[in-house]
Design a protein around this ligand. Sequence first.
Ligand SMILES: [Zn+2]
Length: 388
Amino acid sequence: MNLRAGVFYDGTLAEPRHNVDIEIADGKIATIRPAAEGAKCDRSAACVTPGLVNAHVHLEMNGEPDTMGALAMMNQNQRMLAAVASARRSLEAGVTTVRDVGSSFGIGPAIRDAIDSGKIEGPRMRAAGAILCMTGGHGWFVGRQVDGPWDARKGVREQLAAGADCIKLVATGGVLTKGAVPGNAQLLPEELTAAIDEAHRHGLRVAAHAIGTEGIKNALRSGIDSIEHGHLLDDEAIALFKERNVYLVPTLTAPTCILEHAHEGRQPAFVIKKAEALAERMRENLRHAFQQGVKFAGGSDAGTPYNYHENYAYEVELMHTLLGMSPQQALNAATAVASDLIAIQRGVLQGGEAADLLLLDADITRDIKALARPLAVMKGGAFVGSAA
Ligand SMILES: [Zn+2]
């Protein structure tokens, strides 16, 4: 198959190319060359980009206003069905790879395997299984509560046994759990270190939910691979990020959506209060971190209030508008860099790489919202659903 692109972004920070033909064979990019007059062309678009990579999702959560209340009312079967639907909607919206960083009942790994074996439609996936948190810590009602280094190791081994191919640790309080203070550290350094060591021994990467300053630094010093949220980081944390080459997954959509819908009065008051306290500092701190050269990987926390799986393009837009990234830099964070973190495939459109791509109706540098309305989505060389 041959696709023609008016402007072509390969996911890296290389200069975009104009008027190119992309030859696809066996699900992969075969060649990319200047468009030739009269050459066969199956489909053309104003702009072609890699498929988006969302490094932070919860497929069993659906963006209900009271997300945790709604989840608590769902049994295992209902959560599984919700996750199946979220996976399909993500892919149809152009998200060709996701990392599920926390599910109950082994749903994440089961969905990943069902997608891989062609039973259901969805993005390429990594899945963490249950989050590991301290007893009563953020997310305890869906997580595996661990206390002490050996229990933390055992928690990792349990996720491994259940099919997890990455691990998620809770280093601080969070917004959606009643009583959990986002600024407070939770799992202790020795628990984080033990869990990270155990995961790394088995080749699994580890993400830490961390909003507060102390918990961010605890996780960074313990050898974490990515900090999720990171909203209250300071200059010392920025230095640690750079020294240890750790990714920051900003999840800007999460507090933004909570606050955009606060006036509707359908969310728990404590959620709005915590998001309000974080939003401004999040913008300033993360903007500063980006300017200082911290490596950002796109991830939205999809599933949290009003933060829908199919709206990941909004996170890319917010990295541009709130953090000051150029549209191409935001795309790079949400494709190549997020792929590097997840370590499935490279997330770049170059010869030999998977043909996961989007056909768009406008150049993203002129209109970043074009990512939110793909004309067609391709995964592994095949067009997805009705978009073909
Ligand atoms: Zn999350």
